[in-house]
Design a binder for this molecule. Structure first.
Ligand SMILES: C[S@@+](CC[C@H](N)C(=O)[O-])C[C@H]1O[C@@H](n2cnc3c(N)ncnc32)[C@H](O)[C@@H]1O
Length: 167
């Protein structure tokens, strides 16, 4: 079971938006954590209206987002209309991703608590990451803490090819 955000898509940013300067600080932190190059492929299941994705897209990174809600992604499509970007969006369920293992960094924010089959979701995220991929995960409290003090973000997990995890 999953929870679609179709009905709240037009109100989502007003209720969950992050101040621009905090958003940039959060993105700075994540960029430092994964040290991306121009070739780095980002992936975000549950991309929503792009609260997390948009700063990466504005910085020119290749970013793929999936979501079960077309309405949420429509908000993001509007935001990137009119400038060159490397954003790809596709409607998909995180428990059955239509992707191969091509991603270097996966990001999940405010998603897994909405997904009944969260173990399957994690397995799918792992499958679409390259063996040396990095998974950044955050849930509600952590995002609120990031908003107050971005340097305190802690949800960084590196998935190694032998299955080991480091944080
Ligand atoms: C709370 S929003 C978070 C959006 C974005 N990550 C952010 O931090 O602003 C959760 C998003 O996950 C999507 N979602 C819920 N269940 C999903 C699933 N099984 N597969 C893909 N997306 C899902 C919802 O439609 C919604 O857009």
């Amino acid at each position: 079971m999953s929870i679609s955000f179709d009905r709240v898509s037009s109100r989502y940013d007003a209720s969950r938006g992050i101040p621009a300067e905090v958003s940039e600080q959060i993105t700075d932190w994540m960029v430092r954590a994964v040290n991306p190059t121009a070739e780095t492929q980002f992936f975000e299941p549950g991309v929503g209206t792009g609260r997390i994705a948009l700063p990466f897209v504005r910085r020119g990174f290749a970013y793929t987002g999936v979501d079960i809600s077309e309405a949420m992604m429509a908000e993001l499509r509007q935001k990137v209309a009119g400038f060159d970007h490397r954003l790809t969006l596709q409607q998909a369920d995180v428990t059955a991703l239509p992707c191969r293992s091509v991603f270097d960094v996966a990001i999940a924010v405010h998603l897994l608590h909405l997904v009944g089959e969260w173990r399957q979701a994690l397995a799918e995220i792992r499958r679409v990451l390259k063996p040396s991929g990095v998974f950044l995960y955050s849930h509600g409290r952590l995002v609120r803490r990031m908003q107050r003090q971005p340097a305190s973000i802690q949800g960084c997990m590196r998935l190694n090819s032998n299955g080991d995890r480091s944080y």
